[in-house]
Write a protein that binds this ligand. Structure first.
Ligand code: SAH
Ligand code: SF4
Length: 346
């Protein structure tokens, strides 16, 4: 049975074939305008509401929900059918409310510094599982409007392109989110970047660069061996030509690894001709990677060097560190549990 947000209007019409035809739009409106569960759709007769709770099951079972930053950051762990878990983060700022969504349960890319990468890959999410993360976060954000989406949760979005794109289309067409407020973050899957360049909605692209020489980058991001920097550069250039939209590069500053002045110069050479924006973030600690994030002074020096080299760069504020909701920390609990188990008796 398709889950609530995996059910197309066509399938809903078939499901409601014994009902007056206006019920289809009522239920659709309930799901996508009111963000309501079937039992909350009080315009429907009670028996139908009960039936729809069964026929349109939720895809996400809340395992835990935690808040941090004075209630401005919320993290959920959801259980999916089949038992896989994913995490979603909601971040409220003065000028916007952002949801960080997962596109896969786990991730197969194996980036050494990332908790999700350390925990391995379970499966792709369906479009409805992605959309429902948005809906639940949007309900929590009320009365504020959930205004932005970043695909920086668990998983590599461009390794699940078709379902991702179907979810993005729903966010845009049915949930009224502007494409310019959606950001897809990738480790650098070139065929996916090429598809985004041709896509019909102008979503933003973030590329997780972290190093601008192949040796360091491959040690941090193993996929770099398959899609090396020279090819990635060409893909970014094509994307820029095709869309005219500014790319951002994500760079997690790691003590002594990619926070040197040489690293800054390599990054500047890569980013400046592409007119890219660089987002710097000190590495968040994860159990499987023991090098520390850069200290405050190193972050300042690196940023200053980039600015002097003519690169647009900002330092990201980390949210939700204490509830493991920060970038790259998702699934940290699972990894820790595994490490405890493999270290001997619990
Ligand atoms: N797979 C995609 C999107 C999910 S990861 C990608 O890699 O871009 C979201 C972001 O968190 C990426 O920029 C990733 O490099 C970053 N990240 C992963 N682990 C991190 C860590 N420990 N500290 C800081 N950022 C991290
Ligand atoms: Fe996957 Fe992104 Fe983590 Fe790399 S950084 S392992 S691509 S989630």
């Amino acid at each position: 049975m398709a889950t609530r947000y995996d059910t197309s209007k066509q399938a809903l019409t078939e499901l409601l074939s014994g009902e007056p035809t206006f019920r289809v739009n009522q239920v659709w409106h309930g799901l996508y305008q009111d963000l309501a569960t079937p039992s909350e759709m009080t315009t429907l007769p009670k028996a139908l509401r009960e039936q729809l709770e069964k026929d349109l099951p939720s895809a996400l079972e809340v395992l835990t929900s935690k808040t941090a930053d004075d209630g401005e950051t919320t993290k959920w762990v959801f259980k999916l059918s089949g038992g896989a878990t994913v995490e979603t983060v909601l971040m409220e700022y003065n000028d916007r409310v952002t949801a960080c969504l997962s596109s896969q349960a786990g991730c197969a890319m194996g980036c050494t510094f990332c908790a999700t990468g350390q925990s391995g890959f379970t499966r792709n999410l369906t479009a409805g599982e992605i959309v429902e993360q948005f809906v639940l976060a949007a309900r929590t954000a009320l009365p504020r409007r959930l205004s932005n989406v970043v695909f920086m949760g668990m998983g590599e979005p461009l390794a699940n392109f078709d379902r991702l794109w179907s979810a993005i289309t729903t966010l845009h067409d049915d949930l009224g989110l502007s494409a310019r407020r959606i950001t897809v973050s990738t480790v650098g899957i070139i065929p996916g970047i090429n598809r985004l360049a041709e896509a019909s909605l102008p979503v933003n692209l973030a590329v997780s660069l972290h190093a601008a020489n192949d040796q360091t980058r491959t040690s941090l991001v193993p996929m770099n061996a398959r899609y090396p920097l020279a090819d990635l550069y060409i893909a970014c250039e094509r994307y820029l030509e095709a869309t005219g939209r500014r790319i951002s590069f994500e760079w997690a500053l790691i003590d002594g690894v990619n926070d040197t002045m040489t690293a800054a110069r390599e990054l500047a050479e890569f980013a400046r001709p592409l007119k890219a924006h660089v987002n710097l973030i000190p590495l968040n600690p994860t159990p499987g990677y023991l090098v520390r994030g850069s200290d405050k002074q190193a972050v300042r020096d690196f940023t200053q060097e980039l600015l002097e080299l003519g690169v647009n760069a900002t330092v990201r504020r980390t949210r939700g560190v204490e509830i493991d909701a920060a970038c790259g920390q998702l699934a940290a609990d699972t990894v820790r549990a595994t490490l405890r188990t493999s270290n001997g008796p619990v």
